[in-house]
Design a protein around this ligand. Structure first.
Ligand SMILES: Nc1ncnc2c1ncn2[C@@H]1O[C@H](COP(=O)(O)OP(=O)(O)OP(=O)(O)O)[C@@H](O)[C@H]1O
Ligand SMILES: [Mg+2]
Length: 237
């Protein structure tokens, strides 16, 4: 793995109105790394992701992507620089078809001229089989594949996934984790994944940071979560 830092976050603070939710997070994500952000409900995991993509304004601190400061750029510009985001709940257009959802991914990404749908179908063959199906009628696992596939269409350098295991059958969760890993292994993509699901974390992540009250309070290996006492402390299970 390259030792180069792709995303660097320094003393990041943000929140809603005047209420601070992220209270000084610093972290560095290396190119090609899969970082899991874990922590109990309501600690600010989603707010952290939304601050990085530009949906929640910063109170202070710095975010750099490949050395470029992005914390003051609008969300669309950050997306063009290569930050892809799959929101909690997936954010699909449920009444549109799979193919239409995928084509919309072209509008948010960095380099549309390089759009290569075959590359997406290679990771997610089910999407090619179901191009004309209405997205909302697919299973949770298939919808999550579509949400990730749609982001890949935009050719991001880093993808932020917020609880991809949510609403997915337990027997599919691990395979979603394996696909995330395969995307990284084959394409060198960098991934930040917010998760509470042990199987998905262990199938995908290289490293876990633990968030509490808008701060990073610990860093652990995914293997360490195999200890039920550790998992109970840090995950909502
Ligand atoms: N749009 C909003 N306006 C005001 N407060 C918000 C908003 N969104 C979230 N919050 C509050 O910010 C805090 C952190 O919420 P956030 O959604 O970031 O947590 P989370 O760690 O992602 O939780 P979960 O595990 O349930 O997804 C919570 O207290 C929540 O009530
Ligand atoms: Mg959340």
């Amino acid at each position: 793995m390259s030792a180069k830092t792709l995303l660097n976050v320094t003393d990041l603070r943000s929140g809603y109105g005047r209420v601070g939710i992220i209270n000084g997070i610093s972290l560095a994500v290396k190119e090609g790394e899969i970082l899991a952000v874990i922590g109990r409900n309501g600690v600010g995991k989603t707010t952290f992701m939304k601050t990085i993509i530009g949906e929640v304004p910063i109170f202070g601190g710095k975010i750099t992507l490949n050395g470029i400061e992005v914390q003051k750029l609008p969300a669309a510009q950050r997306a063009q620089l290569g930050i892809g985001y799959v929101p909690q709940g997936r954010g699909l257009f449920n009444s549109l078809t799979v193919g239409e959802n995928l084509r919309l991914g072209k509008l948010v990404g960095g380099k549309p001229q390089q759009t290569n749908y075959d590359r997406v179908y290679d990771f997610f063959p089910v999407l090619k089989e179901r191009l004309t199906q209405i997205a909302g009628t697919m299973s949770g696992g298939q919808q999550q594949q579509l949400a990730i596939g749609r982001i890949l269409v935009g050719n991001p350098r880093i993808i932020l996934l917020d609880e991809p295991s949510e609403g997915i059958q337990p027997n599919i969760v691990q395979s979603i984790g394996e696909i995330i890993r395969r995307i990284r292994d084959r394409e060198g993509l960098t991934v930040i994944i917010v998760e509470q699901n042990l199987d998905l974390i262990q199938a995908s992540a290289d490293r876990c940071i633990v968030v509490e009250k808008g701060l990073v309070v610990d860093e652990i290996s995914p293997e360490a979560l195999a200890d039920p006492a550790v998992a109970k402390k840090y995950l909502a299970i």
